[in-house]
Design a protein around this ligand. Structure first.
Ligand code: ADP
Length: 463
């Protein structure tokens, strides 16, 4: 059903209520009918009892004509349509109310001495008849007392008529109140829809009004608000990322442009051209590195970074990384060492990504270490994880910064980092690579003594 929720609720409410009303009326009808039947039987039994007493009191000892006389008098007294007849055992009628002639033209066979009941029609009216055989003074009498059921049936008919008239009214009332009630309960939902419709990129900090009642709507609103908060945070991160990226790209482009412009203003010596060109070259190398990093993170955000996970031995990659770090550290005369276990350490990983992760950590270790410092890479394996630790004897990172250094564009000391040329993207990429491999990355550091970065990657049982 494609009906709006309010219409569906109303239909549901009306159907449920209408069925309850029908069930209620059906049960009441049944109860009413039973009670009417009992009342009618009671009335005919009472009448029969009266006649029986009269018969017993005027038994044959005092003569049949006396009894007939008494019975006639009784018949006159009963004006409410009650009938009766009395037959003696030899088959003749002692007394018969007029209409009875037509009910039982012949004497009915009543073998049972106990009281019994029958229903019959006469002149389009129904009668309930109580029948009983009475023995007194050697005589057997057959007594029948009938009461018209019409007055009782009328009451039942009235009741049914009322049911028929009142039921549609009640259903209508139920539908209207259902419509009203569902409207009322859906009003907060409509408010949520209206407010949610107004929230866009410009006012992402707006929140939905939380209803006071602790119900499902409150949970819905709270969930939506939490979702809005998450969207707002991501949106802020993205705008911040774009702003930082443009800022960081503007600087090198400005340097390249200014160098070229100034150099071109007049004729320069060969040496001056060479210096200008190497500045431009260095800056463009940095810029393409920055662009490469930005692209990596953008692909990571889009979930489109295609990694090829294959079983690989981390020891080999650690050794390769040590060689590259040794080259990087040559200028500063750094002592770069690597320790790996004798047996291979298998992980399922993307070889290029692993090399990149190691290079980021080693590059930082080299960058932030003083001349003649130390830089170690240690690979070890526990039951489930391979652990790579990159330790340096550099400047260290203040403890309160340790949580932030993995954020994009975060640099502990902008002035210091400026000299080292970083854009603050390396560790963000490192963390992303570790996470893509189901691993983690963490840092510990003592200012002035050095830092250590620990990467954990689940081991892969090589089959
Ligand atoms: P960057 O390109 O600036 O090095 P990273 O994301 O790699 O960016 O690192 C973020 C910041 O963390 C750096 O700017 C630096 O301040 C700090 N940092 C990272 N590695 C080290 C380290 N080995 N020793 C000291 N500081 C470090």
């Amino acid at each position: 059903m494609n009906l709006p929720i309010r219409a569906r609720l109303t239909v549901l409410y009306s159907v449920v209520l209408a069925s309850s009303f029908v069930a209620f009326f059906w049960v009441s009808d049944l109860g009413f009918r039973r009670s009417i039947e009992a009342t009618v039987d009671n009335a005919s039994r009472t009448n029969l009892e009266t006649v029986r007493r009269l018969v017993l009191a005027n038994s044959s000892l005092r003569g049949e004509s006396k009894l007939r006389e008494e019975l006639s008098r009784l018949a006159e007294l009963w004006a409410n349509g009650a009938l009766f007849e009395v037959a003696s055992s030899n088959g003749h009628w002692i007394f018969r109310s007029q209409q009875f002639l037509r009910i039982y033209p012949a004497l009915p066979q009543i073998v049972d001495r106990d009281l019994s009941f029958a229903t019959t029609n006469l002149d389009a009216s129904q009668y309930r008849i109580a029948l009983q055989r009475v023995t007194t003074g050697g005589e057997v009498y057959e007594i029948h007392a009938a009461v018209p059921t019409e007055p009782f049936d009328q009451a039942l008919d009235h009741f049914r008529l009322m049911e028929k008239e009142i039921l549609p009214l009640l259903v209508l009332l139920a539908s209207l109140s259902g419509y009203w009630l569902s409207g009322r309960s859906l009003a907060p939902v409509n408010r949520i829809i209206e407010t949610a419709g107004l929230i866009g990129a410009q006012n992402l900090s707006s929140r939905l009004e939380v209803p006071r009642a602790r119900d499902d709507l409150r949970r819905l609103t709270e969930t939506l608000n939490a979702m809005l908060a998450r969207i707002e945070a991501s949106f802020k991160r993205i705008t911040q990322f774009t702003a930082d990226a443009s800022h960081d790209l503007r600087t090198p482009v400005a340097v390249i442009r200014a160098t070229a412009e100034i150099t071109l203003r007049k004729l320069r010596t060969q040496e001056q051209y060479r210096r200008a060109l190497s500045t431009i070259l260095e800056t463009s190398v940095d810029t393409s590195e920055l662009l490469e990093n930005l692209l990596t993170l953008a692909r990571a955000d889009a979930g489109a970074a295609g990694m090829e996970m294959r079983p690989l031995d981390l020891s080999a990659h650690v050794q390769k990384a040590r060689e590259r770090a040794a080259l990087l550290g040559l200028e500063k005369a750094l002592d770069v060492t690597a320790t790996t276990p004798p047996e291979p350490v298998w992980v399922k990983a993307d070889a290029i990504a692993v090399d990149r992760l190691l290079l980021i950590l080693l590059d930082n270790a080299v960058k932030y270490s003083p001349r003649g410092g130390r830089c170690e890479i240690a690979l070890s394996q526990s039951e489930n994880h391979a652990q790579i630790t990159v330790r340096d004897s550099g400047a260290g990172i203040p403890e309160i910064e340790l949580n932030n250094i993995f954020d994009r564009f975060y640099r502990v000391d902008r002035a210091r980092s400026k000299n080292t040329g970083g854009a603050g993207l390396g560790l963000a990429i490192a963390r992303w690579i570790a996470e893509m491999h189901g691993g983690t990355i963490a840092a510990e550091s003592t200012v002035g003594a050095g830092s250590a970065f620990h990467v954990l990657i689940p081991v892969h049982a090589k089959s």
